[in-house]
Design a protein around this ligand. Structure first.
Ligand SMILES: NC(=O)c1ccc[n+]([C@@H]2O[C@H](COP(=O)([O-])OP(=O)(O)OC[C@H]3O[C@@H](n4cnc5c(N)ncnc54)[C@H](O)[C@@H]3O)[C@@H](O)[C@H]2O)c1
Length: 419
């Protein structure tokens, strides 16, 4: 599966027609033509030079989605709604974006809940048969892509809509039970429920990546993508993986600012966060069960940094007119000397996809590097990219960033000693 001779690396995006994926695809093509800078990409900064990341020009893109459409048309739609992708420049890469459409296959919306199923136009392929049949079909799409483009490997990245929280029963924990549950016929219930277990679409995509010998990155808060059983399977298969939920907005600011209170022995009494966002992501998150996945991953940060749990609340509301321009207002109530109470407030106004797209490219390059170095299991050094990093208790952005730099230093050292 790992034809290492090729210099080309495949990037298989689950949710390839979404706002984030489209921004990433347009961005990477525009960077390639030197029409925009590589601002936002950590792997392009001087501190990370000299590491054997794949070149951006050597990345080849494809993916799954449950909606039809064309990448270029979505990019034009994004230009109209937010103006983030420059229209005149988009015209220059129109043909390159059109080529990617041929490598986007129809995915599965199995057990994703009604908020996501409503997006599926036309009805996504939900085969009768076992869940393993689904995994085989999804994996075959990924491997055919690798073969078609003669790719050294394929990095699979989940950028699909946020699913409701996944089940945590025995099959989600034990690799043997997990494999057995996949073989249960799911035809009777089209939603993929087997013996009380719910395997969501993200679980099937990740299982397909593992079975195909491909690293996997879960950029979404969907807990179905990396249940402990699958984490173990990635490890057993000698594959690196990482998640969950890209850290791009309110939580990024939180994990940078919260340590300050610790450094000055100021007690945080309350941290209230209120987020408003539009677009499809916001629409899906307006469903209470899908929203809960996001709140769970956002809310875990503070207690871990501070060492105690202040009163917290994270609210997320859908405001259609905002499109991808997300606004977060945070109110931090804290106490200092003489127990005097003070407050910090901030407003974060960021374009979600603009913040997230370069991170995804960085993660792809780090995952390709890890595979090349024959690393397996969670890529803990990438914790600074995630709200809820797998296998990492450290939530302080500064600490996480130092871990990344230490990894980079080691990678550079190994390269030098091999040279
Ligand atoms: N700053 C950010 O943009 C950011 C940060 C962290 C996490 N995320 C997460 O990334 C994901 C994508 O965000 P977005 O703004 O691009 O959302 P989006 O709604 O624009 O795109 C999601 C895409 O996934 C597709 N999809 C849904 N279910 C699918 C399935 N089962 N199989 C294949 N495709 C499926 C949809 O059709 C859509 O094209 C979301 O889960 C979001 O929470 C985004």
């Amino acid at each position: 599966m790992r034809a290492k001779e090729s210099t080309k690396t495949g990037v298989w995006l689950i949710g390839a027609r979404g706002g984030l994926a489209t921004t990433l695809l347009a961005g990477v093509k525009l960077i390639g033509k030197k029409l925009v800078s590589s601002c936002g990409l950590l792997t392009e900064t001087p501190g990370l030079q000299g590491v054997a990341f794949p070149a951006l020009s050597d990345l080849v893109f494809g993916g799954h989605d449950i909606r039809k459409g064309r990448v270029y048309e979505t990019a034009v739609e994004i230009y109209r709604e937010t103006g983030t992708i420059p229209y005149d420049k988009l015209e220059v890469v129109k043909d390159e974006l059109a080529e990617i459409d041929d490598d986007i296959a129809l995915g599965t919306a199995r057990n994703c809940g009604p908020a996501i199923e409503r997006l599926g136009v036309p009805k996504a392929r939900n085969l009768r048969g076992t869940l393993q049949d689904d995994v085989d079909r999804l994996g075959a799409d990924m491997r055919a892509f690798q073969k078609r483009h003669k790719l050294g490997t394929v990095i699979v990245v989940n950028l699909a809509s946020t699913e409701p929280p996944a089940g945590t029963g025995p099959a989600a924990k034990d690799p043997a039970l997990f494999r057995k549950a996949l073989l249960t016929r799911a035809a009777a219930s089209s939603n993929g429920r087997v013996r009380g277990q719910a395997f969501r679409a993200s679980t099937l995509y990740a299982a397909a990546a593992a079975a195909s010998g491909f690293p996997f990155v879960n950029f979404t808060p969907s807990s179905g993508a990396l249940p402990p059983a699958l984490q173990a399977i990635f490890g057993e298969s000698g594959l690196p993986f990482m998640g969950n939920d890209g850290k791009t907005g309110e939580t990024l600011v939180k994990s940078a600012i919260a340590p300050m209170f610790k450094y000055r022995n100021l007690t945080v009494l309350a941290w209230q966060g209120y987020n408003i966002l539009g677009d499809r992501d916001g629409l899906v998150l307006s469903d209470a069960s899908n929203r809960q996945s996001k709140i769970d991953s956002k809310d875990s940060v503070l207690a871990s940094i501070l060492g105690y749990k202040p009163h917290t609340k994270v609210g997320i509301d859908y405001v259609p007119s905002l499109h991808d321009l997300k606004t977060a207002w945070d109110f931090v109530h804290f106490q200092g000397f003489l127990d005097y109470k003070m407050a910090l407030q901030f407003i974060w106004q960021g374009c979600d996809a603009i913040l997230a797209a370069p991170l995804v490219l960085d993660l792809v390059r780090f995952a390709a590097l890890a595979l090349r170095k024959e690393e397996k299991g969670p890529m803990r050094h990438l914790a600074c990219f995630f709200k809820d990093p797998v296998g990492v208790a450290e939530q302080d952005l500064h600490g996480q960033f130092h871990q990344l730099l230490a990894y980079v230093e080691r990678a550079r050292g190994n390269q030098r000693s091999k040279a």
